[in-house]
Design a protein around this ligand. Structure first.
Ligand SMILES: Nc1ncnc2c1ncn2[C@@H]1O[C@H](COP(=O)(O)OP(=O)(O)OP(=O)(O)O)[C@@H](O)[C@H]1O
Ligand SMILES: [Mg+2]
Length: 337
């Protein structure tokens, strides 16, 4: 395999990180359409521990952004949370009203939205955009104090102080993305959700932005959910990986074990698809298509593409179960339930 794991398991931060900051239980988010409900997130459960980065991967349309938006209670109509719990330090976000949610967003959970760098205000200097984010939550601050806070944030994400006076169009894509990271940490949240923060950047800049996220995590001790497609980048950055397929979580594992021995047939396909110059091989494609999310088949969600499909897979939904220490998979190959 061409991917190197930058922080192998033995070298990681010691696992004094068992404190769970966020628990998602049986989350279901559906989009209502004239032809039926799209089950974008279907019975998804996972947890995020203190100070860890969890990568959320899966092909386009599998429900990654919807999961992120649900955690922040920002799912837009016609989408709605139809079931489940989202516990932040034990408090269920699904039950909170808009005023209570406003107190949590940014201060305790912040989001770097998909395509964030393109939504920076083009006619505002960086200092004003970051300053606004701070003052919206903390009220008016003395100018000197605000300036110091902003300069400290810019330094934290590896940006030179001259960026303070600049406009977004004067910055490269990577610099803009680092401004977005700075804006996500202005209020020192417990959890940062970064939705594809490195897509649309070239590979070198992707690495720089990735390293910035890692640096921020290590210095602030925040937990992160990092959404993306790039398995190579995930291998470099995250502690655990959650693999989604068609609205369901099919595998959740520490990153090292997942790359060494992927369990779910879909994860195996993802890992095998990582290109390698050493070993040029034809892309292994399984036949069949992803089913319509409005009308999932009974049984396993991956049955149409799975090379190991059996009758049981067509009848019984495989639950996500721990099959090895710290490894959960939703596949009948690994248990008999
Ligand atoms: N407003 C909507 N109405 C109907 N279906 C929607 C709507 N928004 C999203 N969906 C569907 O929900 C599913 C999940 O979408 P989502 O954006 O969460 O996927 P994603 O994994 O983030 O994809 P990508 O990698 O392309 O960003 C998709 O099948 C999508 O078509
Ligand atoms: Mg998305």
């Amino acid at each position: 395999m061409s991917v190197t794991l930058s922080h192998q398991i033995g070298e990681r931060r010691p696992a004094g990180t068992e404190n769970v900051v966020l628990e998602v239980h049986n989350l279901k988010v559906y989009y209502t359409t004239p032809t039926g409900d799209v089950r974008a997130v279907d019975d998804v459960s996972f947890e995020i521990r203190e100070g860890e980065i969890v990568g959320l991967v899966g092909e386009s349309g599998c429900g990654k952004t919807t999961t992120a938006m649900a955690i922040l209670r920002l799912v837009q109509s016609p989408g709605r949370i139809v079931g489940g719990q989202i516990l932040l330090d034990g408090q269920d976000l699904v039950r909170l009203n808009e005023r209570e949610l406003r107190e949590i967003r940014w201060t305790r959970i912040s989001l770097i939205p998909q395509g964030a760098m393109n939504s920076l205000n083009p006619v505002m200097r960086i200092k004003d955009q970051i300053g606004d984010a701070i003052e919206t939550h903390e009220g008016r601050l003395p100018r000197k104090e605000l300036q110091e806070r902003i300069l400290k944030l810019l330094a934290m994400v590896g940006l030179p102080s001259r960026v303070y006076h600049m406009y977004p169009h004067e910055l490269s894509g990577g610099m803009k993305q680092r401004v977005c990271i700075a804006m996500a940490i202005v209020l020192n949240p417990t959890l940062v959700i970064a939705d594809e923060p490195t897509s649309a950047l070239d590979v070198v800049v992707q690495r720089v932005v990735g390293e910035t996220l890692l640096e921020v995590k290590n210095r602030l001790g925040v937990s992160m959910i990092l959404i993306g497609h790039d398995m190579g980048l995930m291998a470099q950055l995250v502690d655990r990986i959650a693999v989604m397929y068609a609205g369901r979580l099919v595998e959740l594992s520490d990153v090292y074990s997942l790359f060494k021995e992927p369990l779910h047939p879909y994860t195996q396909l993802l890992i095998e698809s990582i290109p390698s110059i050493k070993e040029r091989k034809p892309l292994k494609l399984t036949e069949g298509l992803t089913h319509d999310l409005r009308n999932p088949p009974p049984g396993c969600i991956f049955q149409l593409r799975c090379p190991h499909v059996t009758d049981k897979c067509r009848e019984v939904v495989p639950p996500l179960l721990e099959v090895q220490p710290h490894r959960r998979v939703a596949c009948h190959l690994y248990y008999d339930v």
